[in-house]
Design a protein around this ligand. Structure first.
Ligand code: FES
Length: 106
């Protein structure tokens, strides 16, 4: 895993996803109650862009078929077999850093 600077804190809107790249991994970032969460921007059901789905509490709903995913744990509310990958986040001042696979290993 490698740490990538993926955004500045002011670019994140509360309870609204933002899609970014961490190396070669597409990540969905969420700012919820002053905490930043990162999950893979790829719904394990059929590839929906989770970073563009509506957020309620800690749950984002996939924009394609509305399956819910907990952005903190990656758990799928519809089927435990379909959890989404989560990534460690560190906020350094105004910078948001995400640990993701090194280039070429996503
Ligand atoms: S692609 Fe996400 S719920 Fe179907």
């Amino acid at each position: 895993m490698t740490a990538f600077k993926v955004a500045l804190l002011h670019q994140l809107k509360p309870r609204q996803g933002r899609v970014v790249w961490a190396g070669t991994t597409k990540i969905a970032l969420f700012l919820i109650d002053n905490q930043v969460y990162a999950i893979k921007n790829f719904c394990p059901h059929a590839g929906g862009s989770l970073g563009t789905g509506p957020v309620r509490g800690l749950v984002v709903s996939c924009p394609r078929h509305a399956w819910g995913f907990n952005v903190q744990t990656g758990a799928c509310l519809h089927n435990p077999a379909f959890a989404v990958q989560t990534y460690p986040v560190e906020v350094r001042g105004q910078e948001v850093w995400v640990e993701a696979p090194a280039e070429g290993l996503a």
